[in-house]
Design a binder for this molecule. Structure first.
Ligand SMILES: [Zn+2]
Length: 258
């Protein structure tokens, strides 16, 4: 599957972040998806015997960019990041936005603007490898907090991700899945796929295993933030006739308070 075209190495860092390194085996190009800390990203690359050539920044937050400058100094890598907040991405060489494509080794990377968590947040999608790197926009069974946008804007961003091919693997910035799952069960307790998934996640976390990456089809079936069309959710929230973004917004509000 994915590994045939792109090698991917995910590793935990900081408290609950994930760092990801991707390598195009045909050219040896290696990109770090975000750089929470230079030390941890460099150590992960050394573990694999990989040489970092690029950093792909999803958004400006420090737990995604604090490693940029030191990694650039030690590897002379090229830093690509979001045009909408380029002035806040340390060391950025190339700013990209909606609809842009660029090549990474032999692979085409497509850029989706997914604002809401931050005003410039972007997602990197590599169609040939059926993988997307969604930063803090979409989480397994959750989504990022809406710090800099509106609920409607965040919903439009999530909608874009929901429309990716269903078999797309999605990497996200944090391991929040267990608390997301427990919250999700308060929103759609009758969802049997969700019930089964939360049981699986509890077992994975008890073994200290990551629950990320996830897949678009799995999220569509179980993530309440992608399910504002669900009649059960609408009924529970008393929003039978509201637009999808409003249902999403109410779910987000409840999560903020949970
Ligand atoms: Zn963030």
């Amino acid at each position: 599957m994915v590994a045939a075209k792109l090698e991917i190495h995910q590793f935990p860092c900081l408290k609950d972040n994930y760092g990801v390194l991707i390598r195009d085996p045909s050219t040896g190009i290696v990109a770090a998806i975000d750089a929470p800390t230079a030390e941890e990203v460099a150590a992960a690359a050394a573990d694999k015997g990989w040489r970092i050539t690029h950093i792909l920044t999803t958004h400006r937050h420090g737990d995604h960019t604090d490693g940029n400058l030191a990694l650039k100094a030690s590897t002379a890598c090229t830093i690509i990041g979001p045009r909408g907040e380029a002035d806040q991405v340390p060391g950025i060489d190339k700013a990209v936005g909606e609809g842009d494509t660029f090549t990474l080794g032999s692979l085409e990377v497509r850029v989706l603007e997914t604002p809401g968590h931050t005003r410039g947040h972007i997602t990197y999608w590599i169609p040939a490898a059926e993988v997307a790197f969604a930063g803090d926009t979409l989480f397994a069974l959750g989504c990022g907090r809406v710090f800099e946008g509106t609920a409607e804007q965040m919903w439009r961003s999530l909608e874009k991700l929901a429309k990716l091919p269903p078999q797309t693997t999605v990497y996200c910035g944090h391991e929040y899945t267990l608390s997301n799952g427990r919250f999700a069960l308060t929103i759609e307790p009758e969802n049997e796929a969700l019930q089964a998934r939360v049981r699986e996640i509890e077992a994975q976390r008890a073994r200290n295993e990551p629950t990320v990456p996830t897949r678009i089809d799995v999220e569509l079936a179980t993530n309440p933030f992608l399910r504002p069309h669900s009649a059960a959710i609408r009924k529970r929230l008393g929003l039978e006739n509201a637009p999808d973004w409003q249902v999403f917004g109410e779910v987000r509000e409840r999560k903020n308070k949970s």
